[in-house]
Design a protein around this ligand. Structure first.
Ligand code: ATP
Ligand code: MG
Length: 332
């Protein structure tokens, strides 16, 4: 079986609809066809300031949401990144073969450090794409299910894997991004040219899965569209309407052309109300399942511990091979 690997940050508590449609739903699908490893990336979370109690709670909350979304610990390996120390260890190695200029070109760093104020951004934020490289290479991943915003980091992963292999001998598999075009970039409901993001400036366009469904329904009903009235998919001239059509289509499985026909002569109001209803119907059982997993923290922690053990077996083997190729003296 080919390998899959991905991770999601425990920041902000709730996953948002972009996380789910762009990434988590693909995690669930790939556990059927791949030897899949998924993790809550708490090491990545601390690239931004985190409150300790909040981080701990949000990490368990992220795990509960992954289970609620359909990850099955019998069919995939689910773990917490900091439980597998090899991530930090291989990241150091990768830091040492990455050019400073090369790392400086990562647009996620540019965006996030700009938001934070350049003098407040940490070295951790700067090197986080390289930690991500280590995350992927440790598992010899073939497929990395992510949203469009991560494409550049997967390219960096391939570059560094090739560089290491070229310098020290074949060690790492070259992974490919698994990006589902239709849902690769879900947009903010208030600013439909921007990506829906956990770190959005305003919460008004951000659909958090764990929010009171009524709150999210209202966000859909007041989504920004345009001054035209025809429901048509056109990302350039109708980004707001196109985003709503994408979400509708992803949650119902109805094709976009069919939806355009269905809403012919109906206007934007009907589309917004319907998407709100469809979302609420989908999210209600998701929220219930999340609460069930959270209500049993012993089981949740046991699932994570078992996942970490499975992950570590694979990660340790890869790290040992890399250390050996580099010329480190074996520990025993
Ligand atoms: P931040 O803005 O703080 O980076 P985020 O919203 O990007 O947070 P992450 O935990 O970084 O959340 O991303 C988890 C996964 O969700 C990644 O694979 C990412 O590509 C994907 N993703 C995030 N936002 C979207 C979106 N709007 N549409 C599709 N996929 C997305
Ligand atoms: Mg992100």
């Amino acid at each position: 079986r080919p390998r899959a690997l991905s991770g999601i940050q425990p920041t902000a508590g709730s996953f948002h609809l972009g996380n789910y449609l762009g990434a988590v739903r693909q995690y669930v699908a790939l556990q059927e066809t791949h030897d899949a490893f998924y993790m809550v990336v708490d090491l990545h979370a601390i690239t931004m300031p985190q409150d300790p109690a909040g981080l701990r709670a949000n990490t368990r909350l992220a795990a509960a949401q992954l289970l609620a979304a359909g990850l099955d610990p019998d069919r995939c390996t689910l773990f917490i990144q900091s439980h597998v120390p090899e991530h930090a260890q291989l990241a150091w190695v990768m830091n040492c073969i990455t050019g400073f200029g090369e790392a400086s070109r990562m647009t996620q760093f540019k965006d996030k450090s700009a938001k934070q104020g350049a003098d407040r951004a940490t070295v951790g934020l700067f090197t986080y794409p390289i930690l991500q490289v280590a995350d992927i290479l440790l598992y010899q991943a073939d497929a990395v299910p992510v949203g469009e915003d991560q494409r550049q980091h997967i390219e960096l992963t391939r570059d560094l894997a090739e560089r290491f292999n070229g310098r020290f001998g074949q060690t790492f598999n070259l992974p490919a991004a698994h990006i589902v075009r239709e849902v690769a970039k879900i947009h903010d409901l208030q600013d439909p040219t921007a990506k829906m993001s956990k770190s959005a400036a305003s919460p008004k366009g951000l659909v958090n899965l764990l929010d009171e469904p009524g709150v999210s329904a209202k966000k859909f009903r007041s989504a920004v569209t345009d001054t035209d009235t025809v429901v048509r998919f056109d990302e350039k001239d109708k980004p707001g309407v196109s985003n709503l059509l994408t979400i509708h289509s992803a949650l119902t499985g109805t094709g976009i052309p069919e939806l355009e026909e269905q809403y012919a002569g109906k206007g934007y109001g009907a589309l917004k109300t319907d998407v709100a209803e469809i979302f609420v119907a989908w999210v209600t059982p998701f929220r219930e399942r999340t609460q069930e997993y959270l209500g049993d923290p012993e089981t949740l922690d046991a699932v994570m511990a078992k996942g970490a053990e499975k992950a570590r077996a694979v990660a340790a083997e890869t790290l040992a091979a890399a250390y050996d190729r580099i010329g480190f003296v074996p520990a025993k």
